[in-house]
Design a protein around this ligand. Structure first.
Ligand SMILES: NC(=O)c1ccc[n+]([C@@H]2O[C@H](COP(=O)([O-])OP(=O)(O)OC[C@H]3O[C@@H](n4cnc5c(N)ncnc54)[C@H](O)[C@@H]3O)[C@@H](O)[C@H]2O)c1
Length: 440
């Protein structure tokens, strides 16, 4: 299989992963064509507007607009591309198993259209064995010249450009020497370890990595609960633990657990992969259970015991998206929190997030017939007349506020800090009734 070295890249799916992949590869000098079957998204992109928010991505898109195009026409993209990245969603089914229907549909369509040697790359997170299966899907169509590669994405939303351009590692799984050579060429300017391995290894590296990160968070969630009960401070505990290099000092996210479109779904996905293979995944189940408990039951009990009667109170929620500096609401801890507050009979819920968009307001419309849910982008405006602030993401704009001014604007002074972004000592000295997670 001969593939030219002046590569043209196709990217299927223009979500968080597809857009970052496409725009960053354009910035590396490749010609890129991005496809989505959502016409609204493509119309926006054609007008130079991003359908998602990711820091720095808009600027990078405009810098490289001469090398990147957007279309809903898959045929055009397949005809023009030497490498096609699959970046469609792989959400959880209701059962928790991975839904591969978007991926299989896209690959079936690609299979019909391939008319020159092409490398098909799964960038989406897929269960081990999936990329190999793509061969069968394409081979239904006669005389197609292609190779398959698993090249999982490891980016985190809100640091995606840095993560793509300066990754900790690039993982390429393939059985094909030709594909390996081309992928090596594609990533020649990336200064990081590159692992060339088998298809299933590459797919498993992605799941094992995400489930490990989730495990780390659930572990420290469990420790933080114990700290709460015994009167220890989890930050002090972590400081002491992480001096041991075997434990390491990164990614101790202490608070109300993890949300977002990846860690919950991939931990659950790996659990189901393990179950299907008769592997009794006790730990993976516990990671999900601990997280669900931490972000709901445990957090809500804390709120109730701190506030006493919740009914009739005005409550401000700082942080709506699952993490700061993204506009992604998928598996956001704030969503369950807001539903809980509503059920408890809160008078007004004032939601504050700098990235509030109309679709988020629409999301809550069924709970907001009476107009009791209000939306703010300014933290000071959001606390006027409130009895309590509940923090559910780590936007630095919240921690940087002038706390004296915040207090002057409030009616009562409860602060329940689900992400431990404020200093308990300072807050208590200022007269707030402050409560973090596992903190003294
Ligand atoms: N979001 C992250 O932080 C992240 C990080 C690493 C890996 N991943 C993985 O990457 C994949 C994509 O995630 P995402 O967050 O970008 O998803 P997303 O939902 O933001 O984007 C997926 C896009 O694919 C499009 N699409 C679906 N079917 C299509 C088809 N047949 N043809 C063309 N377009 C189609 C959708 O319209 C959508 O725009 C998932 O497997 C995810 O697990 C995500």
């Amino acid at each position: 299989m001969k593939i030219p070295k002046n590569l043209n890249i196709g990217v299927i799916g223009t979500g968080y992963v597809g857009l970052v992949t496409g725009i960053c590869l354009a910035d590396k000098g490749f010609n890129v064509i991005c496809v989505d079957n959502n016409k609204e998204k493509i119309d926006k992109l054609k007008n130079g507007e991003l359908p998602i928010y990711e820091p720095g991505l808009n600027e990078l898109l405009h810098k490289n607009s001469n090398r990147i195009t957007f279309t809903t026409d898959l045929l055009e993209a397949v005809e023009k591309s030497n490498i096609i990245f699959l970046a469609v969603g792989t959400p959880s089914k209701e059962s928790g198993e991975v839904d591969l229907s978007y991926l299989y549909q896209a690959v079936d369509d690609i299979g019909k259209y391939i008319n020159h040697p092409t490398i098909i790359v799964t960038r989406s997170t897929v269960p081990p064995g999936t990329t190999r299966k793509l061969k069968d899907i394409i081979n239904k169509y006669p005389n197609k010249k292609f190779e398959v590669v698993s090249n999982p994405e490891f980016l985190s939303q809100n640091s995606a450009i840095k993560d793509f351009m300066n990754p900790y590692r690039i993982v390429v799984g393939t059985d094909s020497e030709a594909a390996k050579e081309i992928m090596d060429f594609l990533y020649k300017d990336f200064d990081c370890p590159k692992i060339f391995t088998g298809l299933e290894n590459a797919e498993m590296i992605k799941y094992a990595s995400n489930a490990f990160l989730a495990t780390k968070i659930s572990y420290i969630s469990e420790i933080s609960k114990i700290c709460d009960k015994i009167g220890a401070d989890v930050f002090e505990v972590v400081k002491g633990m992480t001096l041991d290099p075997r434990i390491g000092d990164k990614y101790w996210r202490i608070g109300i657990g993890f949300g977002g479109s990846c860690l919950p779904k991939d931990t659950l996905g790996l659990y189901h992969i393990a179950e299907a293979n008769d592997c009794h995944p006790y730990l993976l189940k516990a990671v999900t259970d601990v997280n669900n408990y931490q972000r709901t039951t445990y957090f809500f009990q804390k709120i109730k015991s701190k506030l006493g009667e919740i009914k009739g109170k005005n409550v401000t929620v700082w942080g709506l998206t699952f993490k700061q500096e993204t506009d992604d609401l998928r598996e956001s801890q704030a969503v369950e929190l807001i539903k809980f507050l509503k059920k408890e009979g809160v008078e007004t819920i004032k939601i504050c997030d700098p990235l509030i968009k109309d679709f988020m307001k629409d999301y809550f419309s069924e709970y907001n017939d009476d107009g009791s849910i209000e939306f703010y982008i300014d933290p000071y405006e959001s606390v006027k007349g409130s009895d309590a602030i509940i923090i559910s993401n780590r936007w630095s704009g919240f921690s940087k506020t002038d706390k004296k001014r915040i207090k002057e604007l409030m009616r009562d002074y409860y602060v329940i800090d689900g992400k431990n972004i404020l200093d308990p000592k300072e807050m208590k000295e200022l007269g707030f009734y402050y409560e973090g997670i596992g903190r003294r």
